[in-house]
Write a protein that binds this ligand. Structure first.
Ligand code: RTP
Ligand code: MG
Length: 140
């Protein structure tokens, strides 16, 4: 398996509770390297565009409000099978269904305020990485 990159967001519920370091430790302990990272406050327009695929979903408006309610940390994670591995480390979208030891089981507040985002395919990872990072900001 080749080295792969995925895009991650530490969401506002987690930055508010000062959990950035604890979440980053989960990535590093599981063999993912943080090869780019920055803290920013998403604009409404950025959130709506980033989550554009969910525009027709009933939770779209609330999700964009939540994602712009505080700072986030956007990241590029690198490692073998990084996309699938990160989804495993994160756990299920709804923390009530997340497996023991996952980030969402241990830290998420609700199905919406679920602490982290992770790309769901290598193709989406490439698009999402390019949305937030210039190539020169990623140092593998
Ligand atoms: P993510 O994209 O954030 O990594 O999470 P995911 O793939 O597990 O979940 P997805 O279906 O892509 O949904 C994106 C985010 O929308 C919020 N959500 N709220 N209220 C609800 O029923 C609901 N469902 C989803 C969550 O913040 C979810 O991560
Ligand atoms: Mg998703």
């Amino acid at each position: 398996m080749a080295v792969e990159r995925t895009f991650s967001i530490i969401k506002p519920d987690a930055t508010r509770r000062n959990l950035t370091g604890k979440i980053n430790a989960r990535f590093e302990e599981n063999g993912l390297r943080i090869v780019a990272q920055k803290r920013l406050w998403m604009s409404r327009q950025q959130a709506e565009q980033f989550y554009g695929v969910h525009k027709a979903r009933p939770f779209f408006n609330d999700l964009c409000t939540f994602m712009t309610s505080g700072p986030v940390v956007v990241q590029v994670l690198e490692g073998e099978n990084a996309v699938a591995k990160n989804r495993e480390i994160m756990g299920a979208t709804n923390p009530a269904n997340a497996a023991a030891g996952t980030i969402r089981k241990d830290f998420a507040e609700s199905i919406e305020a679920n602490s982290v985002h992770g790309s769901d395919s290598p193709e989406n990872a490439a698009t999402e990485i390019a949305y937030f990072f210039a190539g020169t900001e990623i140092v593998g």
